[in-house]
Design a protein around this ligand. Structure first.
Ligand code: SF4
Ligand code: SF4
Length: 112
């Protein structure tokens, strides 16, 4: 199993999760983070850290599409271990439905 980042991270991207991961397996897109499913050791530490409740165990039903999103972008986005400030309007987007259409395929800055 693995943990996956799901829809509510999009445009929220608070980044509280990256600092607690013992194996540094978060990868940063322009407006979302993902977890590399082959690197995640399923420790679960990140799940309660997410203010947007966007991190789920893949044992939950209905997450296949999100697992695919995580696996796909973890290959091309840069690794991220440092928390930066989230977007200024993150609170306005928290909990909004239909954010999948807004997912940017562009990479984020990563640790650089
Ligand atoms: S803490 Fe949650 S909302 Fe923030 S980047 Fe991590 S998964 Fe996304
Ligand atoms: S479950 Fe553990 S290893 Fe997996 S992403 Fe979260 S903190 Fe990292």
């Amino acid at each position: 199993m693995t943990y996956v980042v799901t829809e509510n991270c999009i445009k929220c991207k608070y980044m509280d999760c990256v600092e607690v991961c013992p194996v540094d397996c978060f990868y940063e897109g322009e407006n979302m983070l993902v977890i590399h499913p082959d690197e995640c050791i399923d420790c679960g530490v990140c799940e309660p850290e997410c203010p947007a409740d966007a991190i789920k165990a893949d044992t939950e039903k209905g997450l296949d599409a999100w697992l695919e999103v995580n696996a796909q972008y973890a290959k091309s986005w840069p690794n991220i271990t440092i928390k930066r400030d989230g977007p200024a309007d993150a609170k306005e987007w928290d909990g909004k439905p239909g954010k999948l259409d807004l997912l940017s395929p562009e990479p984020g800055e990563g640790d650089a």
